[in-house]
Design a protein around this ligand. Structure first.
Ligand SMILES: [Zn+2]
Length: 302
């Protein structure tokens, strides 16, 4: 009996180790297996999420993780699951917390994002980043070695389909939702959607001046219409389309309240002082409500 149990463990260990069905808990804290061969790495509730998808012809990564330490964890996790190379790395946005560690994966990975991604990255790149990280700890100094900006080798326009092995990845450009180039990645057979930072998980998002809330709402509607089973956003753990419902509710209410106050003749400053969103008091990053009101005010004043 004992021998049988030991043997089955051994068999499970050997096959588990070599196949894409390795359990996420074997990969370390923060890793979740959302479908066979599809792993999401969300270190915590708000840190940048990065993911990988194993195919018969190699690995496709989504985003390159925030800290180079997280990227090294990611690389180690991929190697535990498969010995196949990382063929593509698809960015969901251009910001450094998603793109700053391209150098850890490319080469061999070919990086892809929408038109404008490279220009946006060049504009935002901080040449002192590696130095700043290296000064934080010996571990980081090691992890950030070789740091340099690598912009996407491929920029698509509007839509792109990648067929790799048995899987299909549909890249969909989302306009004005977060950064200079935002991409949703849809796996139609698996019904898994990587939704970018058009939404996160119960968190106020830092809406930059280029973000247009009605465009965000349109993108949430579009993504929901794909009817995904699993939704992975740019930050936080994997979820479902409930994420889209929550953000749709939030932005709709925000627009309504800002619209009413503006109609009463209140200035942006007055609105920012008075407006509260108590329904969302438990969301992360409350200090970003001001930037959200800025964006809403711009939309209602149009
Ligand atoms: Zn971002």
């Amino acid at each position: 009996m004992k021998f049988k149990i030991a043997l089955s463990f051994l068999v499970a260990a050997v096959f588990g180790w070599l196949s894409p069905s390795v359990q996420a808990q074997d990969l370390g804290p923060g890793f979740t297996k959302v479908k066979d061969g599809i792993y999401v790495y969300a270190p915590d509730a708000t840190t940048t999420t990065c993911s990988f998808v194993v195919t018969q012809e190699g690995v496709v990564m989504i985003d390159s993780c925030n800290s180079p330490l997280a990227s090294r964890n990611m690389l180690a996790a991929i190697k535990k699951v498969t010995d196949k190379p990382i063929v593509f790395l698809i960015d969901t946005e251009i910001h450094g917390d998603h793109t700053g560690n391209h150098f850890i994966f490319s080469p061999p990975a070919t990086i892809i994002n929408h038109e404008g991604a490279g220009a946006g990255m060049r504009k935002e790149y901080d040449p002192k980043r590696a130095e700043a990280l290296a000064s934080k700890s010996a571990e980081l100094r090691e992890a950030v070695k070789g740091e340099k900006m690598i912009v996407p080798q491929i920029e698509y326009k509007d839509k792109m389909t990648i067929n790799l092995g048995e899987r299909t990845f549909e890249l969909i450009y989302l306009k004005n939702v977060h950064s200079d180039a935002d991409t949703a990645i849809w796996l139609p057979k698996e019904r898994v959607l990587f939704a970018s930072s058009a939404a996160n998980v119960r968190r106020f998002i830092n809406l930059r001046p280029t973000v247009v809330i009605p465009d965000v709402l349109a993108s949430l509607k579009l993504m929901k219409s794909l009817n995904p089973e699993v939704v992975v956003t740019g930050h936080g753990p994997a979820g479902t389309t409930k994420i889209f419902d929550e953000y749709e509710g939030y932005y709709t209410l925000l627009l309504k309240r800002v619209g009413e106050m503006a109609a009463q003749g209140k200035s942006l400053d007055e609105i920012k002082k008075e407006l509260k969103m108590p329904e969302y008091a438990d969301w992360h990053d409350q200090e970003r409500l001001g930037a959200n009101i800025d964006a809403a005010y711009k939309s209602v004043k149009k």
